[in-house]
Write a protein that binds this ligand. Sequence first.
Ligand SMILES: CC[C@@H](C(=O)O)C(=O)SCCNC(=O)CCNC(=O)[C@H](O)C(C)(C)COP(=O)(O)OP(=O)(O)OC[C@H]1O[C@@H](n2cnc3c(N)ncnc32)[C@H](O)[C@@H]1OP(=O)(O)O
Ligand SMILES: [Co+2]
Length: 136
Amino acid sequence: MIGRLNHVAIVVPDLAVAASQYRGALGADVSDPQDLPDHGVTTIFVNLPNTKIELLHPFGEDSPIAGFLAKNPSGGMHHVCYEVDDIIAARDRLVTEGARVLGDGEPKTGAHGLPVLFLHPKDFSGTLIELEQAAS
Ligand SMILES: CC[C@@H](C(=O)O)C(=O)SCCNC(=O)CCNC(=O)[C@H](O)C(C)(C)COP(=O)(O)OP(=O)(O)OC[C@H]1O[C@@H](n2cnc3c(N)ncnc32)[C@H](O)[C@@H]1OP(=O)(O)O
Ligand SMILES: [Co+2]
């Protein structure tokens, strides 16, 4: 069911520092920051030949990543994002199999303007999974 690895997300304590590390020391193509109030995060994307790295920092007071950063003040790997051809069919299959879809269970528009969902990390060997509808 899952397809391409769309991105790996890393929560960072300082977006400007992280962007400078990726752009400078690692010589990567790094986007400008984007605030996503609906998701409670600010993102920067690092564009690699075969996938992307999403650098994340909390935005606003109710950010879903605030607890993660409090527990991991130096930052750390936060989630992996897989593409699926049909996000509703994928969700329904996962629910049938007992996985917990986070939030209200309905897809939200993600950083690339496509529907996304999150699956509870305790149901997938301690890794938070994001599903993104593949671009048509
Ligand atoms: C930019 C848009 C979009 C995109 O298009 O790319 C994004 O990526 S948005 C990214 C941010 N949004 C989300 O992460 C939404 C889904 N996440 C959540 O709803 C929450 O983060 C969470 C997964 C429910 C955790 O919230 P938290 O407040 O930390 O709750 P708990 O403290 O109760 O955590 C429960 C349990 O899970 C462990 N945990 C938390 N985060 C992770 C993680 N990223 N990876 C692995 N495990 C995680 C946490 O440590 C707790 O474990 P125990 O201590 O053992 O109970
Ligand atoms: Co993401």
